[in-house]
Every structure is written in structure tokens, then in C-alpha cells.
Design a protein around this ligand. Structure first.
Ligand code: G4P
Length: 190
């Protein structure tokens, strides 16, 4: 998606060779016009996939996911992150280990918001190692539903997340694929 790539080039800040800071339009301040375009693009990509729900994880996945859900005319559910929870039987729970942040999150979704008839589009802001998307997919499976695809705003293609998700059999659509952040320079996959 050209508008997203341009924005990454003008506003993205490279932190070392591993992290791309995009606080100015995605992770802290949000550019609603860009987000709306991102929603349009996801909706076009998954127009024929029979999506019944969009699922993301708080907090930065919510903005792109809500625009995708709006265009697809389905509900958006965001998984909540908790450090620990007492056992409850009205929620689906999965663990997601973040290599970037070196912490384990327990993510939860109310059982009343996903069911076996759902075909779910998973959306997230970043794809690094794929663990958040896999945990969301396990929650869909717990509900008996099907993952129709995974939509990513920014994929760090130099990490293994895309391969992990493809190996698990998922369709992955990333709107910007960053090949490298070496030498303080953002390079996209050709
Ligand atoms: P994974 O799901 O692909 O395995 O990714 P990982 O756990 O390694 O990443 C954990 C968190 O770090 C996620 O945010 C993810 O969006 C973020 N992240 C990973 N790489 C980058 C990067 O290069 N730049 C930025 N800006 N973020 C990155 P989170 O903890 O869920 O935070 P938030 O959604 O509350 O903002």
C-alpha cells in the first residue's frame, strides 16, 4: 500500500536494526485518513472471504481493525491483555510470548463474542514473530470458528513471523513489508 509506505518513510523512526517506531501515526498518535485507507485495503483484499468478525488485540491493533470492520460491515472484537487471571469459564484464554518485549501476556476474549459459525479476519499492527496472531488464531479455534486470514499493517520481513503463520496454514496479507532497517535505512520487500 503506497500511502502507508510513504508515511513509514517520512515519519518512521529506525531504532537500531530491529525496531521501527511509528508513534506518530499508528502506535500513539493515529492518522485517521491513513487508517481509513488501511481499512479499505483490508476490506478489498478479504472481500470474498466471507468474513463475519474482525479480531485484533489491544491496543494498537484496534485502530486499523475498526476501519477494516467498518468497511466489511462486521463487528470488531479486541482481545484483552492481562498479566494473570483467576480461572473463569466465560472467557477464552491463550498465552502469547512477546520476544520483542520479553514478556508473556495472557490474552482473553469473552465466549459470548465468538462462535463456531464465525469466519474471522485477524488484524494486527505489527508482525514480528507471529506469536500474537497465533494466540488469536488459537482463540478462534477454541470457539470452533475458522480463521479466514491474517491482515498485518507493518510486517518486519527480516523476522520469522510471516513464515510461522504460513507454515501454520494461514493466508497472510501485509500492507507494508519491511525487508531491512540496517544502517538507519528503511527498505521494503520488492
Ligand atoms: P509478534 O506478535 O509478531 O510475535 O510480535 P512481538 O510479540 O515480538 O511484539 C510485541 C509487541 O511489540 C507488539 O505490541 C508489537 O506490535 C510490537 N512491536 C514489535 N516490533 C515492533 C516494531 O518494530 N515497532 C513497533 N512500534 N512495535 C513493534 P504490543 O505489546 O501488543 O503493544 P500495543 O499494541 O499495546 O502497542
Amino acid at each position: 500500500m503506497e500511502a502507508l509506505k510513504s508515511k513509514i518513510l517520512t515519519d518512521g523512526v529506525v531504532l537500531g536494526s530491529q525496531v521501527l517506531k511509528v508513534d506518530s501515526f499508528l502506535n500513539h498518535r493515529i492518522d485517521p485518513v491513513l487508517m481509513s485507507g488501511i481499512g479499505d485495503t483490508f476490506a478489498e483484499l478479504f472481500a470474498d472471504a466471507g468474513i463475519t468478525k474482525v479480531l485484533t488485540i489491544e491496543s494498537s491493533g484496534i485502530a486499523p481493525a475498526v476501519f477494516a470492520a467498518l468497511r466489511l460491515e462486521v463487528d470488531l472484537i479486541f482481545a484483552r491483555k492481562r498479566k494473570s487471571l483467576t480461572l473463569r469459564d466465560d472467557i477464552y484464554t491463550e498465552k502469547a510470548y512477546s520476544f520483542t518485549k520479553q514478556e508473556e501476556n495472557e490474552i482473553t476474549v469473552s465466549k459470548s463474542f465468538l462462535n463456531a459459525e464465525d469466519r474471522v479476519l485477524i488484524i494486527d499492527d505489527f508482525l514480528a514473530n507471529g506469536q500474537a496472531a497465533l494466540a488469536l488464531a488459537r482463540i478462534v479455534r477454541q470457539a470452533g470458528g475458522e480463521v479466514a486470514g491474517i491482515g498485518i499493517v507493518i510486517e518486519k520481513s527480516f523476522q520469522n513471523g510471516r513464515q510461522v503463520l504460513l507454515d501454520a496454514g494461514f493466508r497472510v496479507e501485509s500492507l507494508a513489508r519491511v525487508a531491512s532497517l540496517e544502517n538507519n535505512t528503511i527498505r521494503f520487500v520488492e
